[in-house]
Structure formats: structure tokens, C-alpha cells
Design a protein around this ligand. Structure first.
Ligand code: SF4
Length: 389
């Protein structure tokens, strides 16, 4: 990128002007990562100061049986396959109770599109979970699942959301977005929920007062222009509803081998690598700059590793996903040593180590507690430093 174009983009960012599609593509094309990080950090600091938010949550997957076979998915199993499971309502409650400790504030529930489970199972699980864990917020189901519930129940999404909310659902999850552009989507997604339905269901949730997350799966067969397009669609919907609380770039996991049976289930593996750390930082930075009307950008560290998660806080991210006891959709603890769970104290230390102020939030992104920041980075140099994998 020539110096003139750089100055033009800088001027727009510092003046708070909205960036165009061409601007987003130009930002991805730059090799000047430090410059890009500075711009994104400006925007991030303007919106969120030195805060890094987190919440303490656990993931619960009620079933891994799925009617679809999305190309990148290592989680789904077919009925009768070894390792296929579906929890009875009582089992789900028992497992959730085991996960509960004083500090758990949120359960994140996503599942396969089970071919025969009746629709009524899902609100029943939420009701029983809510009764057993009244203080825990339930963030449940992707837009893809809600569309599946429409199919199996014959009910419209508005009635489905009403019933799920009545049963205790606080928010939808952000999954199922992947990459919206059909050029890419047709090769990676194997269910019927695309941009039209995904946006319809989130719009409906926003109309009902929910704050929902939005996501993007990057680093597989898409190109940077597809990422720009993806974010621009979300930005437009956000202009309309204001209902997205956060944007979460999810790094596609190329190297997943199921630890139980050693099987590679990712059908894209032979034709993909994985986004490099530099490409990941670029994706966080450009997303922060382009998605100017979303309040927060989250790094789900299970997919990025902890060092990269810390660095991303200087490239636009201001939110880290909390303690995760079980996360199965794409990842086990990886070969680089990234753990699959952290405690509250680990998270506080990780955030302070990166030079930021830890802030605990709830599911709606309201502040629960602001913690003391750590000593300034310059003052910490004499101390032994923690190495985060
Ligand atoms: S990503 Fe979701 S819908 Fe697609 S195969 Fe996996 S579990 Fe099923």
C-alpha cells in the first residue's frame, strides 16, 4: 500500500469515518502489521479504554448427533456411530450441576441437528437447567438450530424464541455464521441456514430484546474479501437493530485429530492450512476497524492459543472467553499446549500480564466487577514472566 493510501485510511480512522469495502480489502493487503495494529488499537481504546472483559462460563453440548455434515466439523456423529451421544434431560442437569461452582455465571449450549429428538426436548432442558442453576444465564442454540426447530416443530421462529425465552434462554449463541458469501459457504456448510435465515433469526431475537453474539470462521478456503463482505453484512444489520453485543472471529482448526479414535473428520484438511498468527492479528484488527458499530470484539482463546490471545488485545480485541471446562466442536487441547480450560485467576493474570484492566461481565455485557490492574509492564520486567502457551 502506498503512503498516500495509508494516510487516507489513517485520517478516516482517526476522524471516526466509516470504512468502505475497498478500504477493508486494502487493510488486509498491507504488510505493515504494526501500523494496522495501531489503528485497531485506537478504535478499541476509544470504545473500551484499557478494559478487557471476560465471563466465567462452561460449554454444554446436549448431543453430537447431527443431520448435517459441514466440511470443517469434527464434532458431529451419525446415529449409531461410535461416540454418538444424546443426553437425557436429567443427564444434562446432572452434568451442569457438576460444572457449577460458586463462580459459574453462564452456560453456553450448542448441539448437533438431531434427526429424531422432538422440539419439546429443548425448552424442557432449559427449564430444568434454570430450575437447578437459577443464577446461571443460559446462552443457547445457534440460528441454525432455531431454523432446525422450525423444521421439526412446524412453528415459526418467533414462537420458538418466545418459548425458549420463557424457559430461561438469555441469548442465542453466535454460531452457524461461518462465512456468509455463497461462493465459499456452499463448500463448507451442509445445512439449510444461510445469511437470509441466520440474519432473520438474529433480527427477530434483537426485536425481542436479546443481545446476541456474531461470529466468523476464518482461515480456511475463504479470501480476505469474503471476510470483509461477512463483516459488512453484520454491520448493516447492526445499523438496523443494534442487537449485536460482540463480534467473534473464530480461527478454523486445520489440524484437529479426534483424540478418542485418531480419526481426522475435517474434510477440508487436505486443501487447507490454518491462519498464521500474523493473519489472525490482521483479522482481529480489520474486523475491529470495519465493524465500527459493534461494541466488543472477542478472542475465543481456545482457538488461538493464549499468547496470541494476549497479543490480539493490542489488535482490536477487548473480550476473552471465560473458563471453558469442555469445548468439543472443533478442538481438544491442541498440540501447541493450549489448555482447554482456565480459572478466573488464570484469566486475571493473563489480562494483567498483557497490560490491561480485567473486567468481569455478564451475558448481556453489563459490568459485574472491575478488578485492579497489574503493575505497569515496565515495572514488571524484573519479575519472572509467565509464559502462556
Ligand atoms: S457444524 Fe453444526 S450443523 Fe454443521 S455438522 Fe457440525 S454440528 Fe452439524
Amino acid at each position: 500500500m502506498d503512503a498516500g493510501r495509508k494516510r487516507e485510511l489513517e485520517a478516516k480512522v482517526y476522524a471516526g469515518e466509516r470504512l468502505t469495502r475497498a478500504d477493508g480489502e486494502a487493510l488486509y493487503a498491507t504488510d505493515d502489521l504494526a501500523w494496522l495494529g495501531r489503528l485497531a488499537h485506537h478504535k478499541r481504546t476509544e470504545l473500551n479504554g484499557e478494559n478487557v472483559m471476560f465471563n466465567v462460563n462452561r460449554h454444554l453440548n446436549l448431543t453430537n448427533v447431527c443431520s448435517a455434515s459441514c466440511a470443517y466439523c469434527s464434532f458431529q456423529r451419525k446415529p449409531g456411530e461410535k461416540d454418538a451421544y444424546t443426553m437425557r434431560v436429567e443427564e444434562a442437569v446432572r452434568l451442569a450441576k457438576q460444572m457449577e461452582d460458586e463462580q459459574l455465571t453462564e452456560l453456553h449450549i450448542v448441539n448437533g441437528l438431531h434427526p429424531t429428538l422432538p422440539w419439546k426436548y429443548y425448552p424442557r432442558v432449559l427449564r430444568e437447567l434454570k430450575a437447578a442453576l437459577p443464577n446461571v444465564k443460559l446462552k443457547a442454540f445457534t440460528a441454525t438450530e432455531v431454523q432446525w426447530f422450525e423444521k421439526i416443530s412446524g412453528l415459526p421462529a418467533t414462537e420458538i424464541l418466545d418459548e425458549l425465552m420463557d424457559a430461561g434462554m438469555e441469548s442465542l449463541t453466535g454460531g452457524g455464521a461461518e462465512i456468509f458469501d455463497w461462493e465459499v459457504r456452499q463448500h463448507i456448510v451442509d445445512h439449510a441456514c444461510h445469511w437470509e435465515d441466520w440474519s432473520r433469526i438474529h433480527r427477530l431475537a434483537h426485536e425481542k430484546g436479546m443481545k446476541t453474539p456474531s461470529t466468523m470462521l476464518y482461515g480456511h478456503i475463504e479470501e480476505p474479501r469474503h471476510r470483509v463482505d461477512h463483516v459488512m453484512r453484520l454491520r448493516e444489520l447492526q445499523d438496523e437493530t443494534g442487537g449485536f453485543a460482540v463480534f467473534i472471529p473464530l480461527r478454523y482448526q486445520h489440524d484437529f485429530v479426534d483424540s478418542k479414535d485418531g480419526v481426522i473428520r475435517n474434510k477440508l484438511q487436505a486443501r487447507t492450512t490454518m491462519a498464521s498468527p500474523a493473519e489472525s492479528l490482521k483479522t482481529f484488527a480489520v474486523s475491529r476497524l470495519m465493524f465500527d458499530n459493534v461494541p466488543h470484539v472477542k478472542n475465543f482463546w481456545v482457538m488461538h492459543g493464549l499468547s496470541l490471545a494476549q497479543l490480539s488485545l493490542n489488535f482490536g480485541a477487548d473480550d476473552l472467553d471465560g473458563s471453558v471446562v469442555e469445548y468439543k466442536i472443533t478442538h481438544d487441547a491442541d498440540q501447541y499446549g493450549t489448555p482447554d480450560k482456565m480459572t478466573r485467576d488464570d484469566l486475571l493474570e493473563l489480562i494483567r500480564d498483557a497490560g490491561f484492566v480485567p473486567v468481569e461481565r455478564n451475558t448481556r455485557y453489563e459490568i459485574v466487577k472491575t478488578y485492579e490492574p497489574g503493575p505497569k509492564l515496565a515495572e514488571r520486567r524484573a519479575e519472572p514472566q509467565q509464559v502462556w502457551a
